[in-house]
Write a protein that binds this ligand. Sequence first.
Ligand code: 4NP
Length: 148
Amino acid sequence: MVCLGNICRSPMAEGIMRHKLKELGNNSQVDSAGTGGWHAGQNPDERAVKTMNQHGLDISNLVARQFKKSDFDRFDLILAMDESNYDDILRLSSHDHHRKKVQLILSYSATTDKNSVPDPWFGGMNGFEHVFQLLDEACEQVIKSHFK
Ligand code: 4NP
């Protein structure tokens, strides 16, 4: 799961996906990263933590890191939160088989035709709840496509 800062959208996506896979008894590895490194080492934004708590999920212990080239080999599926994250990830890749792993997470969604999960950083709690709803549904579809 990849966004810009790795403190709002992608750690939420990581928490949601890990929870859904655990419920299925699937122990695939789930991780998240940011295309930018400014927040590396930080825990998720407190608004993201609170929103996830309201849905019974705890992401308070996650630690932000920057996406790196070796992630292309470590992971089978790389899901970008928005179109600029998608472009930034592709710019780091030098192999077709790496590029094929990269998808926009909302390309899986059955309920929105938008391509990007909006960046909630500058808004209030409503924006975080909206992000949760988008990611929860998209993750369900990712699971249907790849894990069932
Ligand atoms: P994220 O949100 O990409 O969903 O983690 C952001 C967090 C921080 C910043 C931008 C987006 N920032 O500009 O610091």
